[in-house]
Design a protein around this ligand. Structure first.
Ligand code: HEM
Ligand code: HEM
Length: 147
């Protein structure tokens, strides 16, 4: 039963990271147009915002979920320290990613700086999500399913 409950967070965070990957690919189309002047590239703005928002809100909820499940079910949190610390770095990046994204989406204008801030923030966020996935998978394998 506990194994099942402890698998909810890893499952949803994995999906969140996959969605973020798809969102990043869609966002890169915009970067190709804005910064590299490439022609014939299509930026699916609405789709990018929907996928990006789904990913970032899911990851934010999953962060809270991980905290709650750990507090309720897990006494030995030592193996989680790296994962826990990086989550606290991811938290502001998630909030900035969502905030800048919603602003860009709902107040469209010709801009250069804010899209760059948004892209850099979310680029760093995405790389750190992969690091977080790595430590999460280690914890899951060794301490949840004890593989
Ligand atoms: C997985 C998370 C996300 C990633 C990796 C990401 C990445 C990017 C990238 C690389 C760009 C191009 C910016 C540039 O070239 O300077 C961009 C643009 C944009 N993003 Fe995101 N984004 C994410 C989430 C979001 C969210 C949650 C929203 C809105 C709800 C959003 C809305 C936008 C909009 C509207 C633009 C176009 C900006 C403009 O043309 O001025 N993004 N994004
Ligand atoms: C493949 C991705 C991930 C895996 C496999 C994973 C795995 C785990 C596991 C096994 C736990 C222990 C509790 C439980 O099983 O529910 C945990 C806790 C936690 N995870 Fe993840 N995780 C992943 C991604 C993430 C991401 C992306 C974040 C943050 C955005 C995050 C934040 C947390 C937090 C805050 C805790 C509680 C830590 C504590 O308070 O000690 N995890 N994770």
């Amino acid at each position: 039963m506990n194994t099942l409950l402890l698998s909810i967070h890893p499952f949803f965070q994995s999906i969140g990271i996959l969605l973020a990957f798809y969102g990043a690919i869609l966002g890169l189309q915009r970067a190709r147009i804005l910064h590299f002047g490439q022609q014939g590239v299509v930026f699916r703005r609405r789709q990018h915002a929907m996928v990006g928002a789904a990913a970032l809100f899911m990851l934010l909820g999953g962060l809270a979920g991980g905290k709650i499940i750990t507090a309720l079910l897990w006494q030995e949190t030592a193996p989680l320290h790296g994962h826990q610390r990086l989550a606290m770095v991811l938290l502001p990046l998630l909030l900035v990613g969502i905030g800048t994204g919603l602003y860009l989406y709902f107040l469209p204008e010709k801009r250069k700086v804010l899209p760059i801030v948004h892209a850099l923030n979310n680029g760093v966020l995405f790389i750190l999500l992969l690091v977080q996935a790595y430590s999460g998978i280690q914890v899951y394998l060794h301490h949840v399913i004890k593989w």
